[in-house]
Design a protein. Structure first.
Length: 129
């Protein structure tokens, strides 16, 4: 019966490969065990509205529903008050039947109407710097 023997070089390569794979698998599992598990973003008692929206079904929220259709995002990082004012002014008209001739208030007229004078803006920038 013929014996099957690998040349010494191939045998050493095979042993090295098996040893390397074994160590890398062992190292990967030990690293995962050493890593702290990520904690939940919200507290243990918190339930996201995505998962459970019974609260909205059983509680009125007239202010929310009046403002929600008029949500606008800030057009730059300093336009928070302009976006909020635009939403509130449009939301105040939520109970009025609007017609095609009634225009919604946008951020552009609000930002020009409530513009901060340039001297005041410059002093505000200096004070916060």
């Amino acid at each position: 019966m013929p014996s099957f023997r690998l040349p010494a070089r191939r045998r050493a390569l095979g042993i090295s490969l098996v040893l390397a794979l074994s160590l890398s698998a062992w190292g990967a599992t030990s690293d995962e065990e050493d890593q702290p598990q990520p904690r939940p973003k919200y507290g243990s008692q918190a339930v996201r509205l995505f998962n459970s929206h019974e609260y909205l079904r059983h509680h009125d929220a007239p202010d929310f529903w009046a403002l929600m259709p008029y949500y606008v995002h800030q057009f730059n990082e300093r336009a928070c008050s302009v976006a909020s004012t635009t939403m509130i002014l449009n939301g105040l008209r939520a109970q009025v039947e609007l017609t095609t001739g009634d225009e919604l208030i946008t951020q552009a007229p609000c930002s020009s109407t409530f513009a901060i004078p340039s001297g005041l803006a410059a002093s505000a920038r200096t004070a916060t710097a």
